[in-house]
Design a protein around this ligand. Structure first.
Ligand code: 5GP
Length: 191
């Protein structure tokens, strides 16, 4: 998505540890019109996927998932981050390693909101090593539901999560794929 690439070049900054900061429009302040535009693009890409629901993980996945849900007229469920592993039987849960915080956390989804007959489109803000998406895929599998695809706003293509998921046969569509980045240059993958 050319508009997203332009916005990353204009507003993004590269932090140590291969972290791209896009706080001005996606991760702290929200550029609502632009996020809705990204949601429409996800809707266009996954128009025929048959999804019945969108799944994301709090916090930064919620705006883009909401926008995709609005475009596709689908409900959005966000997995909640849970501090303790002391959980009730009412939830599906999995452990995810956080790329940006370097810690493991448990994410949970109430069983009421994920049923075996559902087709799930997973949406998130960033895709790096793929741990967040793998955690959400695990939760969908626990429910006996089907993953019809994954869509992220920004994929860091020099980290391998996206390509590993594609090799595993999962449809992954990212709106922009960063091929390389340093503090003074950033390039995108041409697909
Ligand atoms: P993964 O699980 O694919 O390694 O990392 C994806 C998750 O880590 C996303 O949910 C996102 O919140 C966070 N993340 C990974 N890399 C970046 C980055 O470069 N910038 C920001 N803002 N978040 C990132």
């Amino acid at each position: 998505m050319k508009a997203l690439e332009d916005k990353i070049l204009k507003e993004g900054t590269v932090l140590p540890g291969h972290v791209l900061k896009v706080a001005s429009f996606l991760n702290h302040q929200l550029d609502v019109d632009f996020i809705m535009e990204m949601g429409r693009e996800i809707g266009r890409l996954f128009r025929d996927c048959g999804a019945t629901k969108i799944l994301t993980v709090e916090t930064s996945g919620i705006p883009i998932a909401f926008a995709a849900g609005a475009a596709m007229h689908l409900p959005v469920v966000f997995a909640k981050k849970h501090k303790s592993s002391n959980l009730s039987g009412e939830v599906y849960s999995t452990v995810v390693h956080s790329y940006t915080h370097g810690v493991d956390y448990t994410v949970v989804v109430n069983k009421d909101f994920l049923k075996a007959d559902e087709k799930i489109l997973i949406v998130d803000d960033f895709l790096a090593n793929g741990k967040a998406l793998l955690g959400l895929i695990d939760i969908v599998k626990q429910a006996g539901a089907e993953v019809v695809g994954c869509s992220c706003a920004i994929e860091k293509g020099f980290q391998k999560g996206g390509d590993q998921l594609r090799e595993a046969g999962i449809r992954v569509e990212s709106l922009a794929i960063v091929e390389s980045m340093t503090s003074d240059s950033l390039t995108f993958r041409r697909v």
